[in-house]
Design a protein around this ligand. Structure first.
Ligand code: FPP
Length: 230
């Protein structure tokens, strides 16, 4: 039984699409298709549980090194996702946010994203934050530069204020699927006090039960933030 409070912000590193496909003698791209399908399921589960913000690591700034066919398929899936789900996203009052270097994205993807961010900007019940062409170190550098441009003194607070996620709060929990136990440049600054949950389950197989198990595990932890009396 859970004893703690539900996290308000959960980050997910959706890993293992390629291995899922290879294990079934399918092309890696089939794994990404299955992974994209799972995004809808898990975000629905999370929001219906009352979690406010979900941040998904969809495409890192390092993912450009993948074969052209795979990169094109990933952007195709993202476009399809944005086009297919926008009505439901608006109906459910979800704010859609994309964080990362948007200028480096294909123009058609960037245009859809900008339009949909604009259309959902006033919703505040839930946030679906998608990290695209994103890297945590680059985000910190950008935050420092922005703070300097604004004439702000460089402090932990001023850096934090200029991160993409400032309005959403820091993730209390970060989940990574597929057995890898690292952050891979995901929300480096924001994860200072995050709890981590690693599972061997590959992202396309990470179902409602798996997600609820991760949340339950988190809710049973003691979070002390460095204070032994907390
Ligand atoms: C990691 O699996 C997954 C990615 C690099 C991409 C994640 C993208 C999606 C789930 C689909 C589109 C997203 C949205 C938001 C609709 P991997 O290829 O690194 O797997 P492997 O480690 O087994 O090779």
């Amino acid at each position: 039984m859970s004893k703690g409070v539900l996290p308000t912000h959960v980050g997910i590193i959706m890993d293992g699409n390629g291995r899922w496909a290879v294990r079934q003698n399918k092309k890696r791209t089939e794994g990404h298709k299955a992974g994209a399908k799972n995004v809808e399921l898990i975000t629905n589960v999370a929001f219906s549980m009352g979690i406010k913000t979900i941040t998904l690591f969809a495409f890192s700034s390092e993912n450009w090194k993948r074969p052209k066919e795979e990169v094109e398929l990933l952007f195709g899936l993202l476009k399809k996702y944005f086009k297919t789900h926008i009505k439901k996203i608006i109906k459910n009052k979800i704010k859609l946010n994309v964080m990362g270097d948007l200028e480096g994205l294909p123009e058609d993807v960037r245009e859809i994203i900008k339009k949909q961010m604009e259309e959902t900007k006033d919703f505040n019940d839930h946030v679906l934050n998608i990290a695209l062409n994103y890297g945590g170190r680059a985000e910190i550098v950008k935050a420092v530069k922005t703070a300097l441009e604004k004439g702000e003194e460089i402090t932990e607070e001023s850096i934090s204020k200029n991160l993409y996620t400032y309005d959403f709060g820091e993730p209390e929990l970060i989940i990574r699927t597929s057995g890898e136990k690292r952050l891979s440049n995901f929300m480096l600054y924001q994860s200072a006090y995050s709890e981590f949950y690693f599972t061997d389950v590959l992202w396309p197989d990470f179902n409602e039960e798996c997600f609820k198990k991760a949340i339950d595990d988190y809710m049973n932890r003691d979070r002390r933030f460095g204070n032994i009396n907390a």
